[in-house]
Design a protein around this ligand. Structure first.
Ligand code: SAM
Length: 217
């Protein structure tokens, strides 16, 4: 994602009704934010928000939280939220680095996690920043229900292979593994992300894995 420093982005986010601020104060209380007991799904690295907005439109009985590190990117999602009619009441955003998700969510608070076209961090010395690294899988275990699933899509085959291997090494169960999602049986109901549209138009195959947590943790 090309990042530009957009003047006023931080101020707009600070004032937005769609963004939860002081997110650590809501640890264990996210049901209160939505005012119901519906399941909560997270998208980490939500980008400009197309995927999570369409998910929220299609599934009014699920609550969604989009996490994005950069103000300049999140701003685009918020602009779309402003235009949305009727208003999506089951979706909020947090501007934060996902490294700190355990400070924001309690054990068992999250049902499912979506990672879409996550940054590859190809160098070995930055591998721990990959959202499918063992460190991140451990963080997900600490906030997700036992029945929860992590769904990961990418066109980057090296990152995909690494992610499948890491999940196996960490004893996660591989429920779905496809290296050509759009031609597979799993494509039905698939919601394309901004990057997914862009890369599949270029002819890149889209990989997807769905994993569940190890039994004994
Ligand atoms: N998910 C979108 C899609 O598929 O179109 C955007 C993909 S873009 C390549 C990756 C996004 O993840 C960027 O917006 C980036 O800022 C965000 N991101 C990367 N690492 C993150 C982290 N540790 N915490 C929160 N957001 C992160």
């Amino acid at each position: 994602m090309r990042l530009r420093n957009i003047p006023g982005a931080r101020e707009t986010i600070a004032e937005s009704e769609f963004v939860i601020h002081n997110e650590e104060e809501y640890k264990g209380k996210w049901k209160e934010v939505f005012g119901n007991d519906n399941p909560i799904h997270l998208e980490i690295g939500t980008g400009k928000g197309s995927f999570i907005m369409e998910s929220a439109r299609r599934n009014p009985d699920i609550n969604y939280i989009g996490i994005e590190k950069y103000s300049s990117v999140l701003l685009r999602a918020l602009e779309k939220m402003e235009e949305e009619e009727p208003r999506l009441t089951n979706l909020v955003f947090i501007r934060m680095d996902a490294e700190y998700i355990e400070n924001v969510f309690e054990k068992d608070e999250i049902d499912n996690i979506f990672l879409n076209f996550s940054d590859p961090w190809p160098k070995e010395r930055t591998a721990k920043r990959r959202l499918t690294s063992d460190r991140f899988l451990k963080r997900y275990t600490n906030i997700m229900k036992k029945s929860g699933r992590v769904t990961f899509k990418t066109d980057n085959i090296d990152l995909f292979n690494y992610s499948v291997e890491t999940a196996k090494e960490c004893n996660w169960n591989i429920l779905v593994e496809t290296r050509d999602l759009h031609k597979s049986e799993y494509n039905e109901g698939n919601i394309m992300t901004e990057y997914e549209k862009k890369f599949s138009q270029l002819g890149n195959k889209i990989n997807m894995m769905i994993i569940s947590q190890p039994e004994n943790e």
